[in-house]
Design a protein around this ligand. Structure first.
Ligand code: ADP
Ligand code: MG
Ligand code: MG
Length: 445
């Protein structure tokens, strides 16, 4: 196992270490300088903690890693101290979790909305087309999913220009890092428990992160709702840790398996409809005027959801395409893909738009345009391969949400922990510029 790339920053190799800069900054914001010696001690303790508590991932440099259990592991890259986040954004993001859970469920039931919204995408994006085909097959069978389980993660960045918390995307399949994310919060509480005074940080300001136990609880509850006793050895819950990228379907066999699972009576996490709701295209359609109201009755909920929507456009809007060609640095161009490393930034946006336009209209339908968010940067110690790097960084907050329902009965609808990811501010998300992102937690201010 290595990082499941889904919905994660690209974690590529770090630049060489800059240990001498370690003493340059103190997280508490004080001018007082911490000694290299002190920081080395904190890093060393954190590394020991990681090894003892399983904050580890497969080590790519070991060829037996992932083949022999217990062989070839290395600590997951992490930020040495949690990243400050104002309480108001934290509350806002947490309160949105049950609203997005409910929204996903409601949208998933509107088959026409899903099929129509993705109809142009389907023509130019074979992968999305095949997902839609499975969805259509289930419609023709009049297949009903009575027990519906969602384990989502909604990702946000705070825009420094507007001070707004904007949703980057909503993941409905293989939302990654509930396990390691929970551990990083524990690590940070431990580090601050020991060194909080020296660092000027209080461990009580790191919120607990029960992502892993709450996701496990939701899976277990889905199993009990299914009530497996009614048929012996049947599979009651299927969780997809793969299946969100075309690479996961190298042959027709995998597509047949996906179809078989979808046709079965098992609870699917996600169902094909939940999977489709998580596409970038649906995110963009939901941001159009008057669409949210179709799915959400409560006006306050509509307003809260809409408030976190950044600018999102389809490329059949000529005016926005022209604006994006003119000022490409203000936009991100996104295909219908998950897993990081697929988006287009900067002057590449202009080039891609010109290329797609010249090729004819349909190619544009594979993409959406999004307003680029510019978070404020701060300094972090990023620890990778046992080495600390002092970097200017920006962070993305993910809020997990668990949702379980059986017919009309909502059994779980809650915020279920969080994931902070921090990366060097100069990297987009990966691709051309080599990114260096780490797991992190939140320090509430
Ligand atoms: P994926 O499903 O591949 O994770 P995302 O929409 O999350 O796709 O994009 C991947 C990464 O690109 C994000 O984690 C974030 O770092 C960056 N990114 C995406 N959208 C924006 C945006 N509108 N502004 C700034 N950065 C963005
Ligand atoms: Mg994603
Ligand atoms: Mg993402």
């Amino acid at each position: 196992y290595h990082y499941c790339p889904c919905t994660s920053f690209t974690m590529s190799l770090a630049p060489s270490s800059i240990p001498s800069q370690l003493a340059a900054w103190k997280p508490g914001g004080s001018d007082e300088v911490l000694s290299d010696e002190f920081l080395e001690k904190v890093v060393s303790d954190a590394l020991v903690w990681s090894a003892l508590h399983g904050l580890v991932v497969g080590d790519r440099s070991n060829s037996r890693s992932g083949k022999v259990p217990g062989v070839g592991m290395v600590h997951a890259p992490f930020a040495l101290t949690p990243t400050p986040l104002p309480m108001s954004y934290w509350r806002q993001a947490c309160e949105l979790a049950p609203l997005f859970n409910e929204l996903v469920d409601r949208v998933s039931l509107d088959a026409d909305f899903l099929q129509n919204s993705l109809s142009r995408t389907k023509k130019v994006d074979e992968f999305t087309g095949r997902l839609l085909e499975i969805h259509l097959q289930m419609l023709s069978l009049d297949k009903k999913e009575e027990i519906r389980l969602g384990l989502h993660r909604s990702d946000y960045m705070v825009d420094s220009e507007t001070d707004m918390l904007y949703q980057i995307e909503l993941n409905t399949i293989s939302s990654s890092f509930p396990g390691l994310g929970s551990l990083v919060a524990d690590l940070h509480r431990n580090v601050l428990g020991h060194y909080g005074q020296d660092l000027g940080l209080d461990s009580r300001n790191v919120p607990e992160n029960p992502a892993v136990s709450q996701f496990a609880k939701a899976l277990a509850n889905a199993w009990s709702e299914y009530n497996a006793s009614r048929d012996g050895h049947s599979v009651s819950v299927v969780y997809f840790r793969a299946g969100y990228t075309p690479n996961d379907y190298p042959s027709e066999t995998e597509w047949r398996a996906r179809l078989l699972i979808e046709s079965s009576s098992a609870v699917k996490c996600p169902s094909i409809a939940y999977h489709l709701v998580g596409t970038k295209k649906i995110q963009q359609e939901l941001a159009k005027p008057d669409i949210l109201e179709r799915f959400v009755e409560n006006k306050d909920h509509v307003a809260a959801l809409r408030k976190c929507f950044a600018g999102l456009w389809s490329l059949d809007n000529d005016e926005i395409v022209r604006t994006a060609m003119d000022k490409p640095e203000l936009f991100v161009l996104k295909p219908q893909r998950e897993g990081g490393g697929n988006n287009i930034y900067g002057t590449d946006v202009r080039e891609m738009l010109i290329k797609l336009r010249n090729e004819g209209n349909d190619g544009l339908a594979a993409y959406i345009l999004m307003q680029r968010i510019f978070p404020k940067d701060s300094l972090s110690y990023l620890i990778r391969d046992g080495i600390s790097h002092t970097e200017k960084t920006i962070s993305e907050l993910g809020i997990y949400g668990a949702y379980l329902r059986n017919k009309d009965k909502v059994i779980i609808n809650e915020q279920s922990g969080y994931l902070m990811r921090t990366k060097v501010s100069s990297s987009n998300e990966g691709g051309v510029a080599a990114g260096f992102a780490v797991l992190d937690s939140v320090y509430l201010t």
